[in-house]
Design a protein around this ligand. Structure first.
Ligand code: 2HA
Ligand code: ZN
Length: 288
């Protein structure tokens, strides 16, 4: 079978296409990577070549030794992925020591995403302790979330609390909260290190004034997570544009929800001040 027709490749293409349709991928913005299962590697091995040179990975990822990733290419556009998967995406193999990678399929005239250090660092962190989950890592530039990073304090608990209040399902979708990384140079080892630190506690990291990094077990989970975050950020932006909240979801409401659905909610976000002042008072009255 043609590699592009494999179910995982089709799901990868669908996510790239849907993210582009949402407007999250202007020009070459954003990137996506997926760690293949043993069965998928087996099914594709005849399509792989072993002639490309090995490239050093500056921060070695021994736990990923022998892994294969399907990923977008540096400078490639999500909107083109579905029309020419083998030009815009590729599969890399990590060597046994986890300190080098080589291209084994695709990216016929290119190289892996500029954010490869962050993708690999987060995959290494998230694949440990049961190698089944967190196969998908997705970076996008959703406008409302980025806009909020110019308005809300760059604080994990406050950001989490605001987004939780925006959609009743959000505490269920990301009970552990979200991490915020202040401005960092895109593609840098520093960006990877800062993201890694936050990913120890979360599955969502927002890069201030840049975009969002999320990970999920499946393509559907990952896209859904990005989607709820962005919709919540949009609601938050509209509230600010309307002059701020007159009432909101209280700490008690959230604790009741946690009891009912047996959620372990992030305590700092639960007790965060929901009467933020951000130039305008974001919340005028909180009905307790
Ligand atoms: O792929 O979004 O952060 C381009 C980017 C870099
Ligand atoms: Zn980016």
């Amino acid at each position: 079978m043609n590699l592009e027709e494999q179910a995982f490749a089709q799901e990868f293409i669908r996510l790239a296409t849907d993210g582009d349709a949402r407007g999250w991928h202007e020009r070459n913005g954003g990137n996506l990577s997926y760690r293949l299962t043993a069965a998928e590697i087996e099914a594709c091995v005849d399509c792989f070549h072993n002639t490309a040179p090995w490239n050093a990975i500056r921060t070695a990822v021994p736990v990923l030794g022998g892994a294969f990733f399907l990923l977008t290419g540096s400078g490639k556009c999500m909107r083109n992925v579905r029309f020419a998967p083998a030009e815009n995406t590729g599969i890399i193999e990590i060597n046994a020591a986890g300190n080098a990678y080589r291209l084994v399929w695709g990216l016929t005239d290119g190289k892996p995403t500029s954010e490869l250090p962050t993708h690999l660092a987060v995959h290494a962190l998230k694949c440990t302790g049961g190698k089944e989950g967190n196969r998908v890592i997705y970076h996008a530039h959703p406008a409302h979330l980025i806009a909020l990073t110019f308005i809300l304090p760059l604080d994990d608990a406050l950001f989490t609390r605001e987004l939780w209040e925006m959609d009743i399902e959000n505490p269920i979708v990301f009970p552990e909260g979200i991490g915020i990384v202040p401005w960092v140079i895109p593609g840098s080892e520093a960006a990877a290190a800062a993201t890694l630190e936050k990913m120890r506690s979360y599955r969502v990291v927002v890069w201030a004034h840049h975009g969002t990094f999320v990970c999920g077990d499946t393509f559907g989970d990952t896209f859904g997570l990005m989607d709820v975050l962005e919709k919540s950020a949009q609601i938050c932006g509209e509230i600010i544009a309307m002059g701020g909240k007159r009432q909101t979801v209280t700490e008690k409401n959230l604790r009741d929800l946690a009891d009912m659905y047996d959620l372990k909610l992030n305590e700092a976000a639960l007790s965060a001040n929901s009467e933020l002042e951000i130039g305008i008072k974001l919340c005028y009255t909180v009905h307790k």
